[in-house]
Design a protein. Structure first.
Ligand code: URA
Length: 239
């Protein structure tokens, strides 16, 4: 059980003082009835409404974004825009950060959260959370490249890459790459090493989460309860 003012303040949208005023004005209902005092306690699972609109009071926030090219996967930068700049202010106050990085010119699925523990565990290679990328390359991906990816590679610069999936699409100028790790520029470096430099890169999925095709580049939404559950399960399964 948690105090209503604390629950609502955790969304970043209202201060505890604001909540007191909302309650005084009779604008808050929780667990099916009007709330009379902002100190009243409710379960995290109770439905809470402000002006009839459902308010989510989960302990942590998880967002799925279709990252557009041209923004940094960082929380802040002195000179350049980051993915956090796309979010409204109340989310910016919640201490969200990207779960793993996509390069500035890479598009696609990016998770943002303030749940440091789960984010960290999802990114650990031992968690076996596969990341799938769509790449367009100069040249054609061939069967020899597929075998090299499957065996794992040591690149010219000494980078050791675990076995990875590579599936040519169509005439081979596009392909799907499946990685379990996430080293700096890894997809680009692996394909460049095979003589197929990347022209375009987009992340399609992370573990059980697929990029919502309804999200245009730059758009985002909260993860659904089902997606969150699947994410937690994926992390456990990988242990
Ligand atoms: N690999 C890359 O090379 N770039 C990304 O943004 C993600 C994976």
């Amino acid at each position: 059980m948690e105090r209503l003012d604390k629950l609502l303040a955790s969304t970043g949208r209202w201060s505890r003082k604001d909540v007191k005023e909302l309650v005084r004005q009779g604008r808050v209902t929780a667990a099916g009835r009007q709330v009379l005092r902002s100190e009243e306690k409710f379960e995290l699972s109770d439905d809470i409404f402000v002006d009839g609109v459902a308010v989510c009071c989960q302990k942590f926030t998880w967002l799925m974004m279709n990252k557009p090219a041209g923004l940094l996967s960082a929380t802040e930068d002195k000179r350049q825009k980051t993915v956090l700049d796309l979010l409204p202010e109340h989310y910016q106050k919640q201490g969200l950060f990207p779960v793993g990085r996509l390069d500035k010119d890479t598009e696609g699925l990016l998770l943002l959260t303030n749940d440091g523990d789960l984010a960290h565990r999802l990114l650990a290679p031992k968690s076996h959370v596969d990341k799938v990328y769509l790449a367009r390359v100069t040249g054609r991906v061939e069967q020899t490249d597929v075998s090299a990816f499957a065996q794992g590679m040591v690149l010219d610069d000494g980078l050791e890459c675990m076995p990875a999936g590579l599936e040519p699409l169509g005439d081979g100028s596009s392909c799907l790459v499946t990685l379990r790790e996430g080293k700096f520029h890894q997809v680009k470096r692996m394909l460049a090493f095979r003589g197929k430099p990347v022209e375009y890169l987009k992340r399609l999925s992370m573990g059980p989460l697929k990029l919502d095709e309804a999200l245009a580049p730059g758009q985002w939404r909260q993860l659904t309860a089902g997606e969150l559950e699947a994410l937690g399960r994926a992390e456990l399964d990988g242990k």
